[in-house]
Structure formats: C-alpha cells, structure tokens
Design a protein around this ligand. Structure first.
Ligand SMILES: [Mn+2]
Length: 368
C-alpha cells in the first residue's frame, strides 16, 4: 500500500537516476554550453591570460556590420559561425590530422563593439587583434562585414613590423574603392585603406574570384598603378581553381614574409553561400575554396586570417555559416600539419609588450 503523502521520487520512477557519464568541455556536444566558443576551445578573453598561455591560434569575433552597402546582418556572423558545426574538429579526413592535438587554439571572444559606432568598432577590432598578434599567435577573425579587414590586417602588420605582410584576398569584389557614397570606412574600401596607410604593399596583394559589376575600370586602374594582382572568376572558369591558386601562391610568396588571408564568403556562388550581404552569382564552389585554403596555408606562412560577410538572417539551413566555420577549421588543420612537420607557426614578436590587465592595447587612445 502506497503512502499518498510520501515525497515522490520521479528520478527513480522514470529511470533518471542512472549513473550517466558526465562530460566536460571540450567534449560536450557542440551546441551546448553557456559560453559558445569556436570548436569548444577554451574561452580566454583576458589579454594577460592570453599572453601567458601563448597559443598558436586565437579566434576573435568582429561583429561589426555598419559598413555594408546592401543587405545588413553580418554582426550576427561570429555567433552563427561559432555554432554552425556538428563537430568540434577532432580529426580531419582531408589532411589526416587531429588538429587540436598538435595546435593550441583558444577563442578570445568578440571585440568590444557597440551598434551604430563604426569608428569605435574598428578601433576595438584593431585593439583586440593587436592584443592577439602581439602574443605571437595567429588571429583568425570572424566578421562582421569586410570593413573589419582594415583594422584587423593593420593590427597584424603592426605586430609583425618590420617583417612584411601580404594579403591573399578571396572575394567577388575588389573592395579597393576610395569611398562608398562618401564613406571612407565602408566594406567596399578596406583594401585601399590598407594600401594607402602603408600597412600592406600593393605589390603584396593578390585577389581571387572577382566578378560581377563592381568596381568600375577607374578602380582597376588604381589597383594596377599600385601593383595589385588579381584573378577574375573568368580565369578560374577557363583554367580551373587549381592552376589559379598555384599562381596566387607563387605571387603571395613574391615579396611578403607572411600572408594575411582574407575570405569574403561572397567569393562562393550564392548557391553555396546564400547568407551574405552582396551576393554575386557565378562564384566558386565551397570545395574549391576549402581546398584553396588548405593549399595556401600549407605552403605560405600565415600571419592572420579573417572570414567575413556571413549574414545569418539571409542564410538557409546554416549553409553559409557552416562554410565559414570550415574555412577557419581547414586553416587550423593545415597549420597543425605545418607544426607537426616542424615548420614555424607562431611568430616571435621583436618588441612585444604585454598589455596591462583589463586594458585594451593603446587604451589611452581616443576610443569611444
Ligand atoms: Mn569583400
């Protein structure tokens, strides 16, 4: 006879009291966890702790989209990219390596941006990426619109100075305009700002995947004048991605000590990446881009990387965010192969000064 006043034991009643194994980070499922980090890597937001840990690669979110010229939404990119994976990258079939067994990778969280303040956003992206790059780690920056490449690549170039940094830039668009409707810091202008400011030499700039109806010939004339090299999508159609990437690798190694890889996800065909701000039909296949990243990172010293223009509100079934996630993970796996094979991955900064606790780099500047 049951006592109707006894406390019920639903665990025992329903079998919820079984001795289940408890999992800890990073082994928990990729979609769980209060703080979402890339591939469930340790979240290390404090710059002093970051410098102490001295990881090989640091993920940084740059959720800025005030620079877009068409469809907004890339501010949601870092969060969407971090979560767009069923796996946290245990083993790469394509490269036959378990990347995180060779490479130390942490997630430093997002730059301290605020909505409606693009100048402040760029300053904060610069400070965050500089904090990372000054530790000797390779920053992999998740955008954000493409305007963040200006502060991000500037930070990498500053940290690596006097060594030179070149850029390999995958994009449907050249992003070398002087201004977007009078705006100097839009997502159509970052590459010109980088060259004009001296952060990157135009001769060390290689672009792949350009197509469509922008920019106009005058901008290409400026690019030619400054020594930029570019490969139209037409060239990939005629010669194949493999041959064009071979040329891009040779050009990237011609003059620069290390390469910053900038991936605008709109280099992919919109069928492969619908979730982006300025889709341009007729682009690369995801598999071509991922192979290109593995090959470039395998052959060229990497100084930094960004993956930008993922706009989750326009995405379908996470197609675009998943492709962007893999852009980062394929680079990480290729870096792991380099490290396993005894090639340098980290950089030894000549004049690295660890930032004070709780302070951004150059926190005395005129930030907002
Ligand atoms: Mn772009």
């Amino acid at each position: 006879m049951t006592d109707e006043h006894a406390r019920p034991d639903f665990a025992q009643l329903n079998g919820w009291d079984r001795p289940y194994e408890v999992f800890h980070r990073p082994e928990v499922p990729a979609y769980t966890g209060v703080t979402l980090s890339f591939c469930n890597r340790p979240l290390v937001e404090d710059p002093v702790e970051l410098a102490r840990k001295a990881p090989d690669v640091v993920i940084v979110g740059a959720p800025v989209d005030e620079g877009v010229s068409y469809r907004p939404g890339a501010r949601f990119g870092p969060r969407a990219i971090r979560q767009a994976s069923y796996t946290h990258g245990g083993y790469s079939l394509q490269l036959d390596i378990s990347p995180f067994e060779h490479l130390s990778v942490v997630d430093a969280g997002d730059a301290n941006v605020a909505p409606g303040a693009i100048d402040r956003g760029h300053a904060m992206v610069f400070r965050k990426v500089l904090e990372v790059a000054r530790t000797g780690a390779i920053p992999i920056v998740l955008g954000g619109d493409h305007s963040i490449t200006w502060p991000s690549a500037s930070a990498v170039a500053e940290a690596r100075h006097p060594h030179s940094v070149g850029i390999v830039h995958f994009d449907a668009h050249a992003d070398t305009a002087n201004d977007d409707w009078g705006v100097l810091a839009g997502h159509g202008t970052p590459m010109r700002r980088l060259i004009e400011s001296g952060a990157i030499d135009g001769r060390n700039f290689v672009q792949v995947g350009l197509r469509g109806y922008w920019p106009p010939p005058a901008v290409f004339a400026w690019m030619k004048e400054h020594g930029l090299r570019w490969h139209l999508m037409r060239e990939i159609e005629e010669r194949g991605a493999e041959a064009v990437i071979d040329d891009a690798i040779a050009e990237a190694l011609d003059g620069a000590d290390a390469i910053y890889l900038s991936i605008d996800i709109d280099v992919l065909d919109p069928g492969n990446a619908p979730g982006t701000g300025t889709p341009e039909p007729g682009g690369m296949l995801t598999r071509e881009l991922l192979r290109a990243i593995r090959r470039i990172v395998g052959k060229v010293p990497l100084a930094g990387m960004d993956i930008v223009e993922v706009s989750p509100p326009y995405d379908h079934a996470d197609i675009t965010a998943a492709a962007a996630h893999r852009c980062a993970l394929e680079a990480i796996s290729a870096l792991a192969v380099r490290k396993r094979d005894g090639l340098p991955v980290r950089f030894t900064p000549s004049d690295a000064t660890p930032p004070e606790a709780g302070q951004g780099v150059r926190a005395t500047g005129a930030g907002g």
